[in-house]
Write a protein that binds this ligand. Structure first.
Ligand code: APR
Ligand code: ZN
Ligand code: ZN
Length: 361
């Protein structure tokens, strides 16, 4: 199978011919139909979140089940599925408590006694988050995929696996945004747009989109933003003025220390800061301790939509089919696997919401 490989930090991905092992007892082989370019993979290309190389990145995919392992009964050849990084053990306290998205015991990798999942004969390849979706096929643990409703177009469904799940879920399940409330979303990329539409689904009265790139504002409005503010140090005062003292919820959806601090500064009393963006490993942001107490603020994280994806993804797919959730508008371009480096260049230039690789069937 063909895959895009990261061999060196900050270098272009290379297209290579690789092999997948046969499915182990708990594994499923998936033919990939669509695979979105998320910023999280870019953190590994840039070195902010290093992964052992060579590596096959990508984690936002939809496809068709090709083969299942001997113990897998919940999937069969031909099932249409979406994949997710939130693989889980099913036994730990978090799993048992309904939070398998934060399972600390993920069965992401193969047991050491089994051969590697991805090789080229001589080398073994890291499989990003147990997925490796920048490839024609994936071999993944049975807990890393879910079926989607009939009629859901596979070329679009990949986005449900990360951007939609992470963004919409952060508003619906993470913050549980109250109807009538005021929400500010800092960062209007693929994930931020979904926080905006999640806040709208929750019935937020006012949704303020903040981005350094003003070209993002038209799309932010399409997804439900009522106001747009140019990012930067002045954005805090502007949001405070627009809202008459701050927002009820501020979502940071970039992963930068400065915007985490700015988002905290945009809250009104009793406000909640939601950390959704992935900040560089080891980074820290400043919190004014006394204000946390005096204004009774909250800071919370949200990972992969704060909910078991097996429940959320089929629900979000149905919302799309019912015309209540936007996906088409998020796809700026469909590309070939060979165009992946150009796709990431366009993301970093701020030219796209999402580029989606669509494989020939
Ligand atoms: N202030 C405001 N907006 C900014 C700033 C800033 N200082 N810096 C960047 N942005 C905007 C960009 O213009 C872009 O619109 O943040 C947005 C980031 O969007 P994408 O690059 O499309 O990233 P996305 O895939 O949405 O992911 C966002 O969530 O899951 C995590 O790892 C992911 O950390 C990443 C974040
Ligand atoms: Zn677990
Ligand atoms: Zn992602």
């Amino acid at each position: 199978m063909k895959a895009a490989v990261l061999r060196e930090i900050k270098a272009p991905l290379t297209i290579e011919e690789l092999s997948l092992a046969a499915p182990g007892p708990d594994e499923v082989r998936v033919r990939v139909v669509s695979s979105g370019l998320c910023h999280s993979d870019y953190h590994s290309i840039s070195g902010d979140f290093p992964v052992p190389m060579p590596a096959v990145l990508g984690h936002e995919a939809a496809g068709v089940v090709e083969a299942v392992g001997s113990d897998v009964t919940e999937f069969k050849k031909g099932d249409e599925v979406v994949t997710c990084v939130s693989q889980y053990c099913g036994h730990c306290r978090e799993c048992l408590d309904g939070h398998n998205n934060v399972c600390g015991n993920k069965p992401t990798n193969r047991p050491a006694e089994q051969p590697a999942r991805i090789t080229n004969g001589s080398e073994v390849f890291t499989q990003y988050a147990g997925l490796g979706a920048f490839a024609e096929e994936m071999l993944i643990h049975r807990t890393g995929l879910t079926k989607i409703p009939e009629g859901m177009p596979l070329e679009k469904a990949g986005l449900l696996g990360c951007a939609v799940l992470t963004g919409v879920g952060a508003a619906l399940n993470g913050a549980q945004v109250r109807p009538g409330s005021t929400v500010v979303v800092v960062g209007c990329g693929g994930v931020g747009l979904n926080v905006i539409q999640g806040a709208k689904l929750c019935g937020a009265a006012r949704i303020i989109a903040v981005d350094v790139n003003e070209r993002k504002f038209d799309l932010a409005r399409v997804f439900g933003a009522t106001d747009c503010v140019k990012g930067g140090p002045d954005a805090v005062a502007e949001v405070r003025e627009l809202t008459g003292g701050g927002a009820d919820y501020a979502f940071e959806v970039i992963g930068l220390t400065q915007t985490q601090e700015q988002a905290l500064g945009m809250l009104r009393r009793l406000g909640t800061l939601m950390i959704v963006g992935m900040a560089p490993a080891g980074s820290q942001f400043k919190v004014p301790g006394v204000m946390m107490m005096a204004l009774q603020l909250q800071i919370r994280g949200s990972l992969m939509g704060s909910v078991p994806f097996q429940i959320a993804i089929p629900e979000y797919a149905q919302l799309y089919l019912d015309g209540k959730l936007k996906l088409d508008e998020m796809i700026s371009q469909n590309i070939r696997l060979e165009d992946i480096n150009d796709g990431y260049a366009k993301m970093m230039a701020g030219d796209v919401a999402r580029s989606v690789i669509v494989f020939d069937s």
